[in-house]
Write a protein that binds this ligand. Structure first.
Ligand code: NAG
Ligand code: NAG
Ligand code: NAG
Ligand code: NAG
Ligand code: NAG
Ligand code: CA
Length: 527
């Protein structure tokens, strides 16, 4: 009975009745009709849909066969890993199987025979689908938990990775981070990435086997210890920036950085007892469908939302064709308890089918042309169907026409370009001497000063004459007695007064120099 109660409490956030239907047939004063609600799929065991990759190559034990020992009895090393024998192999898939007979099956790494070189392994889980975590990630280690590891996540199918949580027996030493516990986080720090020491200390390899990423404890910050007040969590998920995304992943990566040591030091004489062994990785979550679907099915190798509200796409992230009369929006948990569907609406029924690709809410009939046209196109679009980009913008060729960001600003350099229009690939038309897609660079032999100007001089071509030096390609600094853009002009020829003064100045300099020489000569001669 106690067990059952625990199970029920555990299931509360997963099997919540809230947001589980997308529409219902209701009877109102105007007769029966559909009513629409925000909806989301049920939480599932995500390990059933995952693809796994273990790096580096050769990190899985058994090729060649290898002996290993345990920390409990390091001198009894009877266990053996052999990839070619199904009974003795430990391939990655054993992290995701169901262990009916109660016997742990596990992936196992090679032993730390290369010590002191670190024993590193990455376990990467990919769903090719955005997933919203609804419960703790629980990783079960046989033969001891790593003393240093890190959890990373990706939101873009593995293109970019971000730290999710750090784990070490000494956070300061391993990551230069203070140790913190999720339980101590507050409403403003609920999505903080932290380092915890709770899952890395040695407690005997049989006793403490799990490493957690605590989703429930973070939910509890808003929903209370038993997650009773889920409304408050849903309200926060809508209003707190970045909170929803924090619990969303497409991929997860465990970076195993140092195995269990079973003590303080590594015993070099028995390296067979140091390795990683993972028997289970539990990830509980639901497909992210932007609150537009309550079903998510495994099709053609990946999970896909069964979109309602006239939306479509893997995550119901856009409006169906012919339903783009207003731009796409995610459903919302608010107002409680049923949320808002924010459904896509059929395009302009009043005037036949005037598609505006979601850039306008209104069509208008122009009598003398006999056409229906979209009014006030948004998102920098223009045209009868808002299908072109405004002047000064160009079309992003990899975006759909109904994308809010389909038109990209040309951003032409105001001084370097002829005007602020650009061609279909975003190239501006440059004034003389300017270059680059945005005309903010100068061609060789031009310099930038409120536009591109041809170089006056050049240190290599030595255009400055009569010993002049080139200053920043802009002008020659002339020696006394010369002037002109390239110091080509003697001051004597240019101006009689200069001519009179210059030799005099030179003479006086010569006198001083001679005087000094005379003094020195006198010194040598001992006079
Ligand atoms: C593990 O992944 C990280 C990037 O997330 C990479 O820098 C590192 O080299 C990988 N380690 C191994 C052993 O493949
Ligand atoms: C990922 O999912 C998309 C959309 O369902 C699909 O087109 C693509 O083939 C999948 N990629 C892989 C590697 O499974
Ligand atoms: C979606 O389109 C269909 C067909 O036009 C319509 O019957 C239905 O009410 C629409 N759903 C929503 C949520 O607007
Ligand atoms: C063009 O659109 C694609 C797809 O939406 C997007 O990934 C890319 O960042 C956009 N490019 C620019 C320059 O905005
Ligand atoms: C845009 O201009 C650049 C530079 O002149 C050129 O290389 C490119 O081919 C042009 N693109 C189109 C679509 O005309
Ligand atoms: Ca297993």
């Amino acid at each position: 009975m106690l067990y059952l109660a625990a199970l029920l409490v555990h299931c509360v956030p997963l099997a919540m009745g809230q947001y589980d239907i997308c529409k219902s047939w209701v009877t109102t004063d105007d007769g029966p009709s559909w009513e629409f609600y925000a909806c989301q799929p049920k939480a599932m065991r995500m390990k059933d849909y995952v693809t796994v990759r273990v790096d580096p190559a050769g990190i899985t034990c058994g090729d060649p066969p290898e002996r290993f020992c345990t920390h409990e009895n390091p001198y009894l090393c009877s266990d053996e890993c052999d990839a070619s024998n199904p009974d003795l192999a430990h391939p990655p898939k054993l992290m995701f199987d169901s262990e009916d007979e109660g016997l742990a099956t596990y992936w196992q790494s090679v032993t730390w025979r290369r010590y002191p070189e670190p024993l590193l392994a990455n376990i990467t889980l990919s769903w090719n689908k955005s997933i919203e975590l609804t419960d703790d990630i629980v990783i079960t280690f046989e033969y001891g938990r790593p003393t240093i590891m890190m959890l990373e996540k990706s939101l873009d199918n593995g293109r970019t990775w971000h730290p999710y949580q750090y784990y070490a027996d000494d956070c300061m030493e391993a990551f230069s981070m203070p140790a913190r516990r999720v339980r101590d986080l507050s409403t403003t720090s609920a999505n903080r990435v932290l380092c915890t020491e709770e899952y890395s200390r040695w407690a005997g390899s049989k006793k403490e086997k799990t490493v957690r990423f605590e989703v429930r404890d973070r939910f509890a910050i808003f929903a209370g210890p038993d997650l009773k007040n889920m409304d408050n969590l849903y309200t926060r998920l809508e209003s707190a920036k970045g909170l929803k995304d924090f619990f969303t992943v497409t991929d997860l990566r465990m970076r195993l950085l140092r195995p269990a040591l079973g003590g303080t030091y590594v015993q070099r004489e028995n390296l067979y007892k140091y390795f990683y062994a993972v028997s289970n990785i539990e990830v509980t979550g639901r497909c992210k469908c932007n609150l537009h679907a309550n079903l998510c099915t495994f099709k053609e190798g990946s999970l896909q939302c069964e979109c309602e509200h006239n939306t479509t796409g893997q995550d119901c992230g856009k409006c169906k064709k012919n339903f783009r009369s207003r731009s796409w929006r995610a459903g919302s948990y608010l107002p409680l308890p049923n949320g808002s569907p924010n459904a896509c609406a059929a395009a302009g029924s009043a005037f036949g089918n005037c598609e505006c690709y979601g850039h306008s809410n209104r069509c208008s009939y122009i009598d003398f042309l006999n056409v229906v046209t979209c009014v006030s196109c948004k998102h920098n679009t223009r045209g009868q169907h808002c299908q072109h980009c405004r002047l000064g913008f160009y079309r992003n060729s990899s975006a759909e026409l109904d994308d809010e960001n389909v038109c990209i600003e040309c951003n032409c350099n105001q001084i370097g370009s002829m005007h602020d229009r650009c061609n279909e690939t975003g190239y501006c038309e440059c004034r003389e001497g300017a270059t680059g897609p945005k005309c903010d660079d100068c061609l060789p032999n031009y310099y930038w000063r409120q536009g591109c100007f041809p170089n006056v001089c050049d240190d290599e071509l030595l255009l400055c004459q009569n010993g002049g030096t080139c200053y920043q390609n802009q002008r020659c600094i002339c020696p006394v007695g010369f002037k002109g853009v390239l110091c080509q002009q003697s001051r004597c020829e240019a101006d009689k007064k200069d001519c009179d003064r210059a030799p005099a100045a030179r003479a006086s300099l010569a006198t001083v120099a001679l005087g000094a020489l005379a003094l020195q000569l006198r010194g040598w001669a001992g006079l």
